[in-house]
Ligand binder design. Structure first.
Ligand code: GRG
Length: 309
């Protein structure tokens, strides 16, 4: 059954599970944890800049994925909450830096003025740096009831994800791809695996690691995440063309303006949607060995192709 959830998004629903309620319940937990994770210190200005972007809304998909896999693998919400917050701190800092004039140069994000538009470029760079450093401190100091080696593994995975093998490397390739609309689907896939996929994969896998999941489960969940990660980016490219500024909360049509190759530019919009749906089907296939406890992950996968922002 398909129903309409928050913001009119079509979401899959079975009789005992409502994705809209699940996302809302988890989003509220994440919002509250993020709010209390970062109190204003001295100098107040940098904390205000960090909180401005961290608490500016957003779907909170990465922390929710982390909580969902931790619970699926038998862990508790409390075990994963500090890592869930850290994932959102890292995601938020990447958005702050991505929006800078030296990068994607945008004035709006999540329906609000971008960090540098409010606080200036110098403080926006430092707010991103502050959030990145705090994410690691937060996991290390706030995680409870998890064996230290599992915490260490999460920290190592986070480090790899943000660095040259992940977000930083992906962003470099993305910057280099501006003005080159003729790059191949393979190259595009490589860029997005690093720029977008890596953090989504770490969100899914870190929840499982914290819960003490077996290598076999971690491998399945990693494949689930790789599939949803690429589908997420394909739909992101489609929305850049089809959605309005109001729906996106940021400037629409940026890819065309920067003359970037995107999935719709390579395949067209319809084929892009179909490819995304195939990836989602493969992602859900990876969950076939799990019972209804995996329903949140199945429904989130479907939501990724049906989302409107
Ligand atoms: C990580 C050290 C370090 C630096 C940052 C700028 C940069 C390097 C990387 C760019 C990463 C980036 C902005 C990737 C795009 C990912 C993406 C599709 C973002 C949109 O995510 P949503 O739709 O956004 O989940 P909300 O606002 O809902 O959270």
């Amino acid at each position: 059954m398909v129903t309409r959830g928050e913001q009119g998004v079509e979401v899959r629903k079975n009789e005992s599970f409502s994705l809209a309620s699940y996302l809302e319940e988890k989003r509220l937990i994440v919002e509250s944890a993020l709010d209390s994770s970062l109190v204003i210190g001295n100098p107040a200005k940098i904390y205000e800049a960090m909180r401005y972007s961290l608490l500016a809304g957003g779907k909170r998909l990465r922390p929710i994925l982390c909580l969902a896999t931790c619970e699926l693998m038998g862990g508790s919400l409390e075990m994963a909450l500090p890592t869930a917050c850290a994932l959102e701190m890292i995601h938020t800092m990447s958005l702050i830096h991505d929006d800078l004039p030296a990068m994607d140069n945008d004035d709006y994000r999540r329906g609000k003025l971008t960090n540098h538009k409010v606080f200036g470029e110098d403080i926006a760079i430092l707010a991103g740096d502050g959030l990145l450093a705090y994410a690691f401190e937060y996991v290390a100091t706030q995680t409870r009831n998890v064996p230290p080696l599992q915490i260490l593994e999460v920290i190592a995975r986070l480090g790899r994800t943000v660095g040259a093998a992940g977000l930083v490397g992906g962003q470099v390739l993305d910057l280099e791809s501006a003005g080159k609309p003729d790059i191949s689907a393979e190259t595009l896939g490589f860029i997005h695996t690093q720029k977008t996929g890596a953090l989504l994969e770490t969100s899914v896998v870190s929840g499982a690691v914290l819960a003490g999941a077996k290598a076999e489960d971690i491998a399945k969940l990693a494949r689930y995440a790789q599939n949803i990660g690429l589908a997420f980016q394909i739909i992101d490219d489609v929305l850049d063309i089809t959605a309005t500024k109001e729906e996106l909360g940021k400037t629409a049509g940026k890819d065309l303006q920067a003359q970037k190759a995107t999935y719709p530019s390579l395949w067209g919009i319809e084929e892009s949607r179909q490819q995304a749906q195939q990836l989602i089907d493969s992602a859900i296939g990876e969950l076939s060995g799990y019972d209804e406890a995996a329903e949140p992950l199945r429904a989130i996968a479907e939501y990724i192709v049906n989302r409107k922002n």
